[in-house]
Design a protein around this ligand. Structure first.
Ligand code: 5GP
Length: 196
């Protein structure tokens, strides 16, 4: 019994990646709404907020100077440049939540995900893939939050990212949202009952 109690004492770290526009935010929001004991890490970024984004909820929107200071102070678990901007995972809240037994989701790009795995080998990496590249481009243009140039850049990065999916523990194709969500919930449940 003691062993079982110990097994559940710490939270698990889930790293979710996938091309921009694949629907990660919707999936993660719904997953968290339907699942107890799991929270999402809020990254810092030098990108400007989109119209619907709230500082402190979607990201901590910071200047390049503030981001550089945080790097120097070792405040990030990992950070990467993506397009023209920097994105980083604040290490403090992640470690605090895991310590308290809460599962944590990081929504980060591929290089950052592989970096996290090197530092925290117990992290589980989940890749969300689009049904096709054409469908991904359609979703990005429909979302209408990026310029045509930015969509082109995001599509180029997406193609490179898809090639990295094989390094992940799980891959979920987000074609029908409810099915992808059900698969994601199964992964979380399976990891929670896994004997390590
Ligand atoms: P977006 O600008 O679309 O919000 O994010 C661009 C990319 O940066 C996405 O793939 C997103 O998952 C990733 N990203 C967001 N936060 C972080 C982070 O803290 N670290 C890393 N490495 N990537 C991040």
């Amino acid at each position: 019994m003691d062993i079982l109690l110990q097994r559940n004492a710490k939270g698990r770290l889930f790293v979710i990646s996938g091309p921009s526009g694949v629907g990660k935010d919707t999936l993660i929001d719904r997953l968290i709404a339907q699942t107890d004991g799991i929270m999402r890490s809020v990254s810092a970024t030098t990108r400007s907020p989109r119209a619907n984004e709230v500082n402190g909820r979607d990201y901590h929107f910071v200047t390049h100077a503030a981001f550089a200071r945080d790097i120097a102070s070792n405040l990030f678990l990992e950070y990467e440049k993506y397009g023209e901007n920097y994105y980083g995972t604040p290490v403090g809240p992640v470690k605090d939540n895991l310590q308290q037994g809460t599962d944590v989701i990081l929504k980060i790009e591929v290089k950052g995900a592989l970096n996290v795995r090197r530092q925290m080998p117990d992290a589980r990496l989940i890749f969300i893939a689009p049904p096709s590249l054409d469908e991904l481009e359609r979703r990005l243009r429909f979302r209408d939050t990026d310029s045509a140039d930015a969509v082109t850049t995001r599509m180029e990065i997406a193609q490179a990212e898809l090639k990295q999916a094989m390094h992940y523990d799980y891959m979920v194709v987000n074609d029908v949202l409810d099915e992808a969500l059900a698969q994601l919930r199964c992964i979380i449940t399976a990891e929670r009952v896994r004997v390590t």
